[in-house]
Design a protein. Structure first.
Length: 126
C-alpha cells in the first residue's frame, strides 16, 4: 500500500499519494505499538508511544533530532482535531483527508512530501 503512495508521488500525483499515505499513519503506529505491547491502542496512546519512543531513541526531548518539535507537528498538524461543522482542514491532516474535508487546493506535492517525511520519521523513531 505504501509503495503505491510513494509511486503516486513520483508520478506527480499528490492527491493519490496523500489519500493513500496519510490514512495509513495510524495503522503504522498501531503495528509499531503492538510489537512491544501485544495489542493495539487508540490514537492518544499511539501518539504518546511515538513521542516516548523518539525520546528513548534520541536520548531525550531536547536534542538535535527535534523530537519535541516532531511531537508538536504530529499533535497540531497530522493528528489535528477535525471539526465536521467547520469543514476546515487541509491535506496534511489525516482526519480532514479521511473525512473528505480537506480543501482541494491543499493537495500539493509539498503536502505529499510532508506526509512521506512524517512516515519516515515514525519509522525511524518507532
Amino acid at each position: 500500500m505504501l509503495r503505491e503512495g510513494v509511486e503516486a508521488f513520483h508520478l506527480g500525483r499528490p492527491i493519490t499519494a496523500i489519500k493513500i499515505l496519510v490514512t495509513e499513519i495510524e495503522g503504522i503506529l498501531n503495528a509499531a505499538y503492538r510489537t512491544p505491547n501485544g495489542k493495539a491502542a487508540k490514537t492518544k496512546v499511539l501518539l504518546d508511544f511515538a513521542i516516548t519512543s523518539a525520546e528513548k531513541r534520541t536520548g531525550g526531548p531536547r536534542t538535535l533530532f527535534l523530537t519535541t518539535e516532531f511531537n508538536r507537528y504530529l499533535l497540531n498538524y497530522t493528528f489535528a482535531n477535525y471539526d465536521p461543522d467547520n469543514h476546515a482542514g487541509d491535506a496534511g491532516s489525516r482526519h480532514a483527508v479521511g473525512h473528505g474535508a480537506a480543501n482541494s487546493e491543499s493537495y500539493t506535492m509539498i503536502k505529499a512530501l510532508q506526509v512521506i517525511l512524517t512516515l519516515d520519521q515514525l519509522a525511524f523513531y518507532t
